[in-house]
Structures are given as structure tokens and as C-alpha cells.
Design a protein around this ligand. Structure first.
Ligand SMILES: Cc1ncc(COP(=O)(O)O)c(C=O)c1O
Length: 387
């Protein structure tokens, strides 16, 4: 059915809205940046504080929480738990992976899209000191044409780096096509799915990606301090990151200072003591998303994105990036002057948008209504008219 004909999501939106206290006072439309708190994520943080307070330390329960968070993430992306490594940020995950790659042989090229979040591009550029050579797949009109990668990927390419969704305007990249391109040259594919997990269904096996990273604070309803990386099972044993630590060992609690063994699963990428309280929240956020189901969320996002694009154009706003909802996330970018000032003015009127460079991003989520979208657009239009 065409998105304009759908008026309600395939789940109980009122019940879910009742679990987001912020909705009583604001309309959060900044999920491309930070999702709102829910009663479940708050309870998870409080539960950690309680176990700490009650027992002084509950190491077994905390380690179990690490396992459960990895399990939920694995379920979300169609992987197995032993293919998931844990980090504090996407930057750290990307750096750890980079440290496991060799740039001293004939293959030393990294083909990176200009749509990467800057941190990812910067980690790859830092590898030039280690022999890597970065080549860029260009962004044109707010998106990257797969042909831009084809210009660069060849037998000298170690890895192709592509975000699934462009942070600036939500443009989606064809990951399966990029995987086929990389693999046809025996290169690896690294995907940053931070802007799509929880919003667009992802199955790493179907897409055939080698590495996939994401943090938690956007559509996964979590907080800063936790990121996950999927490492394809068949690659794990060949990778020895020099960004490492005791949690990357076969048995972290063996305490062998003069031995460097490697966990046989993706936890060889783990480093130090896990960010436990953050993991409680991440696990609770992931559970919400897995319970609703990403396919259901995506179906509603398409409706919301369609309303954002059409409604924005009707109000004289200029959309940046793709306007076809099949090729974008729920996040829609509008070109404005002085985006930080526009964000402040919108907040004063009860809308939380996300300013980024030349645009204001409106990024609804599973709990958003069509009325929320209309109000956000009205406020954006009135604020920018005054500017
Ligand atoms: C696509 C994408 N990747 C990476 C990041 C940043 O990751 P981190 O701060 O966890 O390194 C962001 C935004 O915060 C993002 O949107």
C-alpha cells in the first residue's frame, strides 16, 4: 500500500508512547542523534545502581548482562553472539579493526565513502601512517552512487568502508551490491549501520558484509558508551588487533601478564572492563526494538518519511538528499540558514530537531505520530520564515 494511505503503525503505538515520559512535554524528532528515554531503559540503569548498592559488586550478573546485550544485538542483525565484539564507541571499534589489518603488502587501498561519519573517515586516514592509501567514493546530491566505488575498488583494495545510512540526510546505500563489488576483488566490506539499526531491517548474512558497527543512542534507544561490531565468523581467527586488552583473551580471568592468547570468537576485539551500566541500558533499548520488530518499525517510518518530504515541500521547505522514501531512512534533512539557531528556536516551541551543518534533521521513530510530524514541520516552517 502507498505510504500516504496508511494512518497507523502495525503495533500498539499508544502503549509504547506511554513509556516515553518526554512525550508529555516535547516532541522528540532527533532520533538520528539521541533517542528519548523510556521507562525500560531508565529501569535498566536503576537496576544496575541497585545491584551495585545491594551487593557491593555482582560481577557474575554484570558479565551476564554483557552476554545478553551482545545476544540482543546479534538477534537484531541476524548474527550469532560469538560474532559480536564490544566497544565504547564506533570510533574505537573502527580503530581496533584497522589495527588488525595489514597495509604493508600489495593490497593497501581503503575505498571510503564521503558519506561516512567523519570519525570513520578519520580512522581510515590515520592508517596512511601504516602504509594505507585512502581513496574516496564521492557524495553527489546527498548520496553515493555505487558507480563511485566501482571507480576505485580493485585487486589492491583491502577494504571498502560504507555507511548504511548517511548521517546528514538518511540516504541509504545498497550494501548487498557493495558487498558483491568488494568480494569480487577479494576485498572486505565494513559497514557503519549506526544510522539504520532499529530503523531499517539488517541481516548481515543476507547482505554478506564482513564487519558491521553501530553505537546505541540513535534508533536503538540507548545511551553513549556502548558500541558493537559484528565480525564474520570465518574472518575472526585471521585477525589480531593491536588495540587490545585483557577482555580480548581466551580467559580474561586467567591473569597471565606475559601471555597473549586470542579469544576464538569476536570477543578477541574486546579490550578492557566493559561499560556495564551503559550495557544495561543498551540491552533494554535493543529489547524494545527487537520486540516491536524492525520490519514493523520500517513500515511506519516509510509513512512518516513520506509525510515529512511531502509536508516539507508543501510548506516551502527545501529537502536535502533523496526524497524517495525507499532510498532513505525516516530522517529527513531540510536546508536552513544557521541550523544551531533554528534548533534552539524549535526547542523553545516544544520540538527537538537535530541541527547538523547546513541542515535541520527531523528524525521520528516508532512512537511518532503523523500529528507529531505535522507539528514539527509547522514549527520549522514558522521559525525559518522569521529568520
Ligand atoms: C553513522 C555514524 N557513525 C558514527 C557516529 C559516531 O560514533 P562514535 O561517537 O560512537 O564514535 C555517528 C554519530 O554519532 C554516526 O551517525
Amino acid at each position: 500500500m502507498h505510504p500516504s494511505l496508511i494512518t497507523a503503525p502495525p503495533y500498539d503505538i499508544d502503549a509504547l508512547r506511554g513509556r516515553i515520559p518526554l512525550l508529555k512535554s516535547m516532541i522528540p524528532m532527533n532520533n538520528c542523534s539521541q533517542a528519548p528515554q523510556t521507562t525500560a531503559t531508565r529501569a535498566a540503569a536503576e537496576f544496575y545502581l541497585e545491584t551495585w548498592n545491594q551487593s557491593g559488586m555482582d560481577w557474575d550478573e554484570w558479565m551476564d548482562q554483557v552476554r545478553r546485550a551482545k545476544e540482543e544485538f546479534a538477534t537484531l542483525i541476524g548474527a550469532s553472539t560469538d560474532e559480536i565484539a564490544l566497544f565504547s564507541s564506533v570510533s574505537e571499534a573502527t580503530s581496533a579493526l584497522a589495527s588488525a589489518l595489514d597495509f604493508t603488502g600489495k593490497r593497501r587501498k581503503l575505498v571510503v565513502s564521503e558519506a561516512e561519519f567523519p570519525t570513520v573517515g578519520q580512522v581510515w586516514l590515520a592508517q596512511e601512517k601504516r602504509g594505507a592509501q585512502v581513496q574516496w567514493a564521492a557524495v553527489r546530491d546527498g548520496a553515493v552512487d555505487p558507480c563511485e566505488y566501482e571507480l576505485h575498488v580493485d585487486r589492491e583494495t583491502v577494504l571498502v568502508s560504507a555507511c548504511h545510512g548517511y548521517y546528514l540526510d538518511g540516504a541509504l546505500q545498497d550494501i548487498a551490491r557493495l558487498a558483491a563489488l568488494a568480494h569480487s576483488h577479494d576485498a572486505l566490506l565494513f559497514v557503519d549501520a549506526y544510522q539504520t539499526l532499529g530503523a531499517v531491517p539488517v541481516n548481515v548474512k543476507t547482505l554478506d558484509v564482513d564487519f558491521l558497527v553501530s553505537g546505541n543512542l540513535k534508533y536503538l534507544m540507548g545511551i553513549p558508551g556502548v558500541a558493537f561490531m559484528y565480525v564474520r565468523r570465518e574472518l575472526i581467527e585471521s585477525l589480531h588487533p593491536t588495540v587490545t586488552g585483557w577482555f580480548g583473551r581466551e580467559n580474561p580471568f586467567a591473569f597471565k601478564v606475559n601471555e597473549l592468547d586470542w579469544s576464538e570468537n569476536a570477543s578477541r576485539f574486546d579490550t578492557g572492563t566493559p561499560p556495564i551500566i551503559n550495557l544495561y541500558v543498551a540491552r533494554a533499548g535493543l529489547e524494545i526494538i527487537n520486540e516491536i520488530g524492525v520490519a514493523n518499525i520500517r513500515a511506519w517510518h516509510e509513512v512518516l518519511a513520506h509525510r515529512l518530504v511531502e509536508g516539507g515541500v508543501e510548506r516551502g521547505l527545501t529537502v536535502f538528499g533523496p526524497t524517495d522514501v525507499a532510498h532513505k531512512t525516516a530522517s529527513t534533512a531540510f536546508i536552513v540558514k544557521d541550523s544551531p539557531d533554528v534548533e534552539i528556536a524549535m526547542r523553545a516551541k516544544g520540538i527537538i530537531p537535530s541541527a547538523r551543518g547546513p541542515v535541520i534533521r527531523l528524525a521520528p521513530h516508532y512512537y511518532s505520530t503523523l500529528a507529531d510530524v505535522d507539528t514539527a514541520l509547522d514549527v520549522l516552517a514558522s521559525v525559518t520564515r522569521k529568520a
